[in-house]
Design a protein around this ligand. Sequence first.
Ligand SMILES: [Zn+2]
Length: 366
Amino acid sequence: MVKIAATSLTVLFLAISAANAQVTKLDPSKYPEINVVPPVNSPQVQTWLKELGDLSAAPKFPLRVGAPPECAPKKIEGECVWTCDNCPADDITVCNAPNTWGLTFDDGPSVETPRLLNYLKTNKLTASFFLIGSNVIQHPEIVQDEVKDGHHLASHTWSHSALTTLTNEQIVAEMKWTELAVMEATGKKLKYMRPPYGDINNRVRFILKKMGYIPVDWTGDEFDTNDWRYTVSMTAPQVIGNFTKSLDAYVANPGTKGFYCLEHDVSKPVVDMALQLLPLGIARKLNFASVAGCENDANPYQNGVAPPATNGTPGATGSAGGAQPTGTGPSTGGPKIVSSSAGSTSFSVSVGLAAAAAAVVGTMLF
Ligand SMILES: [Zn+2]
């Protein structure tokens, strides 16, 4: 009798666990081809476009060409290309907290991401992960682990194509498929995004804002860690040496804002490099925070399901260790279109040279 009761309880427990479990596998057949700009004539994209409404008020500029596009010899009035015109408009480019390294990793998730997550957990650091939708559908369980560890999720498009080269409708498809994948994996509707290659102009900004997205660039050439050059065109001492100079210059004259670095978690070399660069910030007693922490955004998703997890954060006077990763709110089920207004922060940066130089390398990540 006792044995039967115990068995029944076990079955009940397993049933409840299964009901509460998040989706660990997404069905790729429901999604577009990976790493390719999704078609805009699919019923799903057509539905999204209809929900978004009229896009004809978007500024009109010729589609730029290249991957990433080269800068035009002459600036186009009102286009405001971040990487070419030194024009961030109201993109976020600095961490809105003093003495703080705004920790962001782009292009994942990948099989190398768990190694980075382990390091972050050990050191009680919280980051924002700018996810590529094509990778999310292949590794949803890693994205779920990122949430479980208190990290913040953001978008880096579906196929990592340069957005100024795409039509308005293609931009919507890139963002919405990624949004759906993350929503299906975690229940969170993304709110922040980083344009691949930092490639953004006022037309792209208009479309992104229409969808409720806030662009987050990075704090200029000196905070591009160049992790993506490691094993391609730079040695480890070169990458580490250059970034050490940037950190030392910041620490010598920190001002009132922190900075966002460009880092990646898409391959072994870039994760290896992250594990060598992060200790440099820890040694200099910098605080670390995700975008949610830097922006002190209590609702860092469009469906507002999770508070920001921060460490040593905005305005905080504590140590770099700071708060423990926080738990996350309940999942909210299926996708739902909600719009929200974009925040604004405006700072001058210069990334044109880096983009131009990177274009020559050919294997740039950005
Ligand atoms: Zn990227």
